[in-house]
Write a protein that binds this ligand. Sequence first.
Ligand code: DGT
Ligand code: CA
Ligand code: ZN
Length: 573
Amino acid sequence: MMDRHQIAAVLAEIAAILEIKGENVFKVRAYEGAARIVEGLSNLDELIREGRLTSIKGIGKNLAEHITELYKTGRLREYDELIKSIPKGLLEMLKIPGVGPKKVKVFWEKLGIETIGELEYACRENRLRDLPGFGERSQEKILEGIEYLKRFQGRFLYPYAMATAILIYEGLQKDKKVKRLEIAGSLRRKRETVKDIDIVASTDDPSHVMDLFISLPIVEEVVARGDTKSSILTRSGINADLRCVKDEEFAHALLHFTGSKEHNVAMRARAKKMGFKINEYALIRGEKSIHCKNEEEIFEKLLLPFIPPELREDMGEIEAAEQGRLPKLIEGGEIKGIIHVHTDYSDGSNTIEEMAIAARDMGYSYIGICDHSESAAYAGGLRREDVIRQHEEIDRLNNKLKGIRILKGIELDILPDGSVDYDEGLLQRFEFTIASIHSRFSMDEEEMTRRICKALENRYVDILGHPTGRLLLARDAYKVDMNKVIEVAAQYGKAIELNANPNRLDIDWRLGPLVKKLGVKIAISVDAHEVGGLSDMMYGVGVARKSWYTKEDVLNTLEYPEFLRWIRRRRDG
Ligand code: DGT
Ligand code: CA
Ligand code: ZN
C-alpha cells in the first residue's frame, strides 16, 4: 500500500532515472507530469476503486496501471529494474540542492562520477569548471550544496522514523515469546529528529526474538546479530537496534536506552550519592542487584517521582523532580481548538466546510481558519473581496453546522519592514490573527529581530507564526534573537505559535523554560493545508510536552469564548 505522496515520489524518481539514462524526453515529461498530478489527487482512493484514473488528463493507460500497482502493492517491477540499471549514488546526488537529472547525467557521462564523494572531489580538483554549461560559480554552488547535505545527513524526521518503529514494534509484539516491548531512545523522548530506532524487549528466548527481528519484512540489511543486541538497516534507510533482556531487567534497560545520555549521566551521579550504582540491568547496592518492576519503581528508589521521557534531557528535570516541581504536562485531549488552517481560498486543498467537519469529527470544538493574506501572492493570498466572501461563508456555515464553531482568522505576512497587510477596518473583522514571515529570510539578525518585534507591537497581531522559519533537515532558521522576540511577546501580551507540522515544530522546545518564565502563551497550531494535516496536532503536543508546557501555558486549551476573550482583552486594553 502506498499513499499519493509516496506514489508521486516513485513517479518522480522514475522520471529522474529515465532522464539520467537519456531516454525519450516525452516519456520523461509524462512521468514528471504524472508525479505532480498524483500529488494533487486528494480523491485517489476513489479514482482507483472506480477504475477512473485514465479520466484524468495526463494519465494514460500505462501510467494508470503503474499507479494502481503502487497503490495496491507498494511495488512496481519496472521501477525496481530501473533502480538497478544505474549506480545508486547517482540518485543520491539529486538530493544536492541545485543538482537535477540533467547535471547528474553530465557528471556521469563526461567525468564518470557515480557518488557524491566523487563529485565533491571533482569540484575540489576544478574538474567541473571546464564542462560545457558549467563554470567557477556553478562549481562553488555544488560544493556548498554538498556541505549543506552533509550537515543534515543521517537524521530523520520524527514521524518518518516513528512509522518504521511502529512496523517493527507490531512485528515483534505478535510473538508469544516477547514479554514486554517498548520503543526507547530519542523517539520515546519525542525529539524532533532522530538518528536511529532503539527498541527494548524482554524475553526468556532472546535467540528466537532476534531471529524474528532480523527477518522482519522491513529489513534491508542485517548489520549485526547477537543475543543481547542486534542491528538492522531498514528499508526506509533508518537503522534500528533491538536489545533483549530478562523481564526482571526490563525497566532498567528501558530507562537506560531511553536516555538521554546526559540525563543518564545526571541520574547516575544522583544514584551514586545515595549509595547506588545504575546500569542497564539493575540498581546495584554493594554486592546486591536490585530489580525494579517498572521505571516508576526505579525513580522511587532514588526518592524521585516518575520523570516523563520527554523531559529527560538534563534540562533541570531531576532537580525539579526532587523539589516536587515537575509540571503536569499537557495532553492531546486538553486541546479544544484547531487553529492555523488553510483552505482552498488560498493554498489549501479542502473547503472550509470539509476542514470544519474533519476537526469536529476529531473531537475539537472550534477551528480557526487562517488563509494567507494578500502579499503572499505565491500562495493565493486573500484580497479584500476574498476576505469578505470568506467571512460570509463562515457565517453561513456557523449557522448550518452543529458541534463546531469556525473562527475567522488569517495568516498575515510580516513584510520586510515589519508591517502587515490590510487596513485597520479589515483587520478588525478577524476574530484572531497569526503573523508570520514568508519572504526575505536572509536579513541580518538585528534587522530580522526588529522586523518581528515591530509586527508584535501591532495591535492586530495576536500570535507569532512559526517564529524562526526553520524547516527541519532542510532549511536553517533565519537569524533572529529569539530571547528578544519572546521578551517583546511578553511585553505586548502576544502568543507564540508552536507549529505542529513535523517539518517545523517551531518554536523550539529548548526555549520552553524562557517562554514559561516570561508567561508567554503558546498556541499549538497545525498549519494544515488539507484534512490529513489536522492530525499533526499530536506532534505539536509531543513537543509541547518536551517544552515543559502544561494546559495553562497553551492558548487553545481554552474553549472558544475564552479564547476569543483572551484575544479581545488585549486588543481592547
Ligand atoms: P539519537 O539516536 O541520536 O536520535 O538519540 P538517542 O538518545 O536515541 O541516542 P542513541 O541511539 O545513541 O542511544 C540511545 C540511548 O542509549 C541514549 O539516549 C542513552 C543510552 N546511551 C547510549 N550511549 C550511552 C553512553 O555512552 N552513556 C550513557 N550513559 N548512556 C548511553
Ligand atoms: Ca537512537
Ligand atoms: Zn506560514
